[in-house]
Design a protein around this ligand. Structure first.
Ligand code: FAQ
Length: 311
């Protein structure tokens, strides 16, 4: 028997209503949202690292300016998302602590290295492409602050995706060596990009409840299929080959058949054993420790100002 508060809450969600920070909400709704928004925020912040790696080595001034702006946008996305999570009663410090202690995750994709300039193209094209596929529906998510944060984030992500595709086009129309680099980046990024949508529906622990609460609007497999359907023709346009021999248009289902990623690899990366997990987490911890003097200084300044007001 559903509690009357919970029933009213579910009815409001079913009718397309938004839940706002001060509204009553079930404990599980709050917890699940903190988990998802917090992990999303961490992904944006950790997600700066693979591309940050190439800012100093961008091939032209224009490419450098674009990449710098893109990486800065990701910082902004992280900050709006931390704010959205804070409206649910968790502090930013608590979320950082959970990240640093391995109690909160960030997207598996950022545990892979970016080895060549073509990876900047592949990340924008595929990783931002997958992110948009997942985030456009989240603009209609039931929690108001999260839905509103998604509107601006999606606009910026579309620009990111276009800039990635533009790098790929340039490289694919370049020398043989450049085209080879583009193909190599696609080969390495393809399956990790498919993993961004999460485990298959049957192994997704949160999907059912999250979809009932409209914290999530689509299942992991639904979005993965849409991503493949969108991306396969783009690869063809670039003259690149997706590293999946089974990839084939299926007229009956109106979508592509494709190979699943290696789920053992996925769960292993989640456990911390991906190629860059340790490096990424250590970079974040070091940044936090190195920033301690700034936080201390600001707190001391605020305390001094407060004391002056009292006096
Ligand atoms: N990586 O039950 P489910 C970006 C975990 S975009 C790591 O299916 P759920 C932009 C999951 O947390 C990337 N962990 O989970 C950018 C859960 O573990 P938990 C971020 C994953 O939440 C681009 C367990 O597996 N986007 O950053 C992954 O219903 C370029 C069971 O899974 C978002 O976060 C994974 N790939 O569905 C930045 C979007 N998949 O928490 C820089 C919002 C699953 O119980 C450069 N989030 N897990 O310990 C979502 O839509 C969902 O949370 C999913 C996962 C779809 C990611």
């Amino acid at each position: 028997q559903m509690d009357p508060d919970e029933r009213a809450f579910q009815e409001r969600i079913n009718a397309g209503g938004k839940i706002e920070p001060k509204d009553w909400m079930p404990d599980g709704y709050r917890k699940n949202l903190i988990r998802q928004i917090g992990q999303h925020a961490h992904s944006e912040i950790v997600g700066q690292l693979p591309e940050g790696n190439w800012i100093t080595r961008a091939p032209t001034l224009e490419r450098k300016a674009i990449l710098l702006a893109k990486v800065q946008d990701e910082a902004g996305h992280g900050l709006y998302l931390y704010c959205a999570a804070e409206t649910l009663g968790i502090t930013r410090d608590e979320m950082f602590e959970a990240l640093h202690e391995g109690r909160m995750k960030y997207s598996s994709i950022f545990n892979y290295p970016t080895l060549t300039w073509a990876d900047m193209g592949a990340v924008g094209w595929l990783v931002d492409g997958a992110a948009i596929m997942n985030q456009v529906p989240l603009q209609r998510t039931s929690y108001g602050p999260y839905a509103r944060a998604m509107v601006r984030i999606c606009k910026e992500e579309s620009f990111h995706q276009r800039q990635g595709f533009d790098i790929m086009m340039k490289m694919c129309n370049g020398t043989d060596a450049q085209k080879k680099m583009a193909q190599d980046a696609l080969n390495r990024m393809w399956f990790p990009s498919l993993m961004m949508f999460g485990p298959s529906d049957e192994n997704s622990v949160h999907s059912e409840q999250s979809m009932a609460w409209k914290i999530k609007m689509n299942s992991n497999d639904e979005l993965r299929q849409k991503f493949v359907d969108q991306t396969a023709p783009q690869a063809e346009y670039l003259g690149l080959t997706i590293p999946d021999e089974t990839l084939k248009w299926n007229d009956k289902k109106g979508g592509y058949d494709f190979a699943e990623p290696d789920w053992n690899e996925f769960f292993d990366v989640l456990k911390g054993n991906g190629p860059c997990n340790q490096e990424r987490l250590q970079t974040r911890k070091t940044a936090w420790e190195d920033g301690a003097w700034v936080r201390d200084g600001m707190l001391a300044h605020a305390a001094k100002k407060r004391a002056m007001k009292v006096a």
